[in-house]
Each structure stands twice: as C-alpha cells, then as structure tokens.
Ligand binder design. Structure first.
Ligand SMILES: [Zn+2]
Length: 271
C-alpha cells in the first residue's frame, strides 16, 4: 500500500512537470522572438533582387502585429500607393505559400516539397520559384525597416548603438511621409485617426532624446501576456491540488495506522 502511494506521488509530480513544460513551450512559441530564424541564407540569390527577405519579413511582421489590427478596427482600406500595402512586398506571395506543418517541417505551397528549417525553404524559393517573385512593382518592404524599427524584432543588431542624429532625422521624415501617403488626412476621420496613430506608434520613437518606445499601443503581443497569466494560474491550481492530495494521503495513512493500533491492542486483550 505504501509503495503504491509513493508511485502515485511520483506519477503526479511527473504530470505536473509535463504540464509545466507544455505551458512554457506554448508561451515561448507565441512570443515575438519565438519565430526567430538562424542567419539568413538567401543573400546568395539577391544578386538580381536587392532586397533582404529576412528584413522584409520582419517589416511585415511588425505591420501585421502593430498596425493592421488598428487599421482593421477602423475598417480602413490601405491603397496600393502606400508602401505598406501587401502588393508592395516583393516576397508576400512566397511567404503566403509557406506552410509550417510541424516544428521541423516547412512545406512549399507551390510544389509541396518539405524542409526541416525555414531557411532551407527560403533557399528553395530563391532557387526554384524565383519566377514567382512579385518583381513588377520592384518595391522592397525591407526599405522601410528603419522606419518600422525592424531591429527590435530581428534582435540581431545590438540595441546599445549610439544614436545617429542624421539617420534618426531621416527615418523620422520618412516615417511622417509614410503616414501621410498611407493615411491621407483629407480622406476622412478614420484616415485622420490612423495617421495620428501611426505617428505615435512608429514615428515618435525616432528621436535621440530617448524615453519613447515604439509600438506603445501593443498588438498581438498581448496574447502572450495572457498566456503567462493563464499558465501561472494553472500552476497555482496544480500546486493547490498537490497539497490537497498530500494532506489527503497523509490522512489515510494515519487512519490506517490508527486502525492497526486498535486491532493490535484488541488482539492483545483477547490473548
Ligand atoms: Zn516549391
């Protein structure tokens, strides 16, 4: 009986540990750094297309997370004149044909070939589906990476580089012109609101005086915080359950010992 209780306890501990591992893996995969790839290998085939796929992807990620939810909320339609329009992203079509089937399985949506890592699929796109690149517009989304603070998402460059006033000024100027071309203030109240929002979300942080951070309005990131809260709650519940189980089992043990004691003393009395 004692052995089974021990086994039960060990089993329960194992269960707790697995649940904890699962939760941590889920929350890490939803974090913005979760989809970080190893160094880009697509540079070899950029002899003709001078546009970084990795940086374009980072720019798209930022647009998708920190701008589009607000644009959709306003039900505003971005025109193709705006550089942030999906049509102006050279790699958009290829990226949409990327299927992340499993942790180590990436599938090409054009020919269904599978790869272990995203970088190999990128290489495959460069080699095999080069003709499908949307080169007619010759617009590179990576060009607006400076404006959109891609380095924060890419996490490749050290953040503590000294602020360059000239570059910062250029970025701020480009940022403001981007806000005007994507959300012309004379196009109604939604455009006006989004223009203001764009300035706060992306342009205000282009300053050397510091203090301001981009993406102040957040985005999909909030879901990962939610995940953390949920996992902490689940862990607390598990801990409570475990304590309860421990006390309960101890109670049974004491009860059985008490019974033994009584039966033993009863036997003694009889003899
Ligand atoms: Zn393919």
């Amino acid at each position: 009986m004692g052995l089974t209780r021990k086994q039960l306890t060990i089993l329960f501990l194992c269960l707790c540990f697995t649940v904890f591992l699962q939760l941590t893996s889920v929350s890490s995969s939803t974090s913005p750094q979760g989809q970080k790839e190893t160094a880009s290998s697509s540079f070899e085939h950029e002899k003709e297309v001078h546009c970084s796929r990795e940086r374009s992807r980072a720019a798209w990620k930022i647009i998708d997370e920190y701008l589009m939810p607000f644009v959709e909320k306003e039900r505003y339609k971005i025109s193709s004149r705006c550089r942030l329009h999906p049509e102006n992203d050279l790699y958009r079509d290829q990226e949409q044909h990327k299927m992340h089937v499993d942790i180590n399985e990436w599938r090409c949506g054009y020919c269904k070939k599978t790869f272990y890592e995203e970088k190999y699929l990128d290489k495959h796109f460069d080699n095999r589906h080069y003709d499908l690149l949307n080169v007619s517009h010759s617009k590179c989304l990576a060009d607006v990476c400076g404006v959109l603070h891609c380095d924060l998402v890419l996490d490749s460059a050290p953040h503590k580089t000294k602020c360059n006033p000239a570059a910062t000024g250029r970025n701020k100027h480009l940022c403001e012109s981007l806000a005007d071309s994507c959300f012309p203030v004379n196009e109604g109240t939604s455009a006006l609101r989004l223009n203001e929002f764009f300035l706060r979300q992306f342009c205000d942080a282009h300053t050397c005086s510091g203090g301001r951070k981009p993406f102040s309005k957040g985005g999909k990131k909030e879901t990962s915080t939610l995940y953390v809260i949920i996992s902490v709650l689940v862990l607390m519940l598990l801990a409570l359950f475990y304590i309860f189980m421990y006390l309960y089992l101890r109670g049974i043990k004491r009860g059985s010992q008490g019974l033994k004691h009584i039966s033993k003393s009863g036997q003694k009395k009889r003899s």
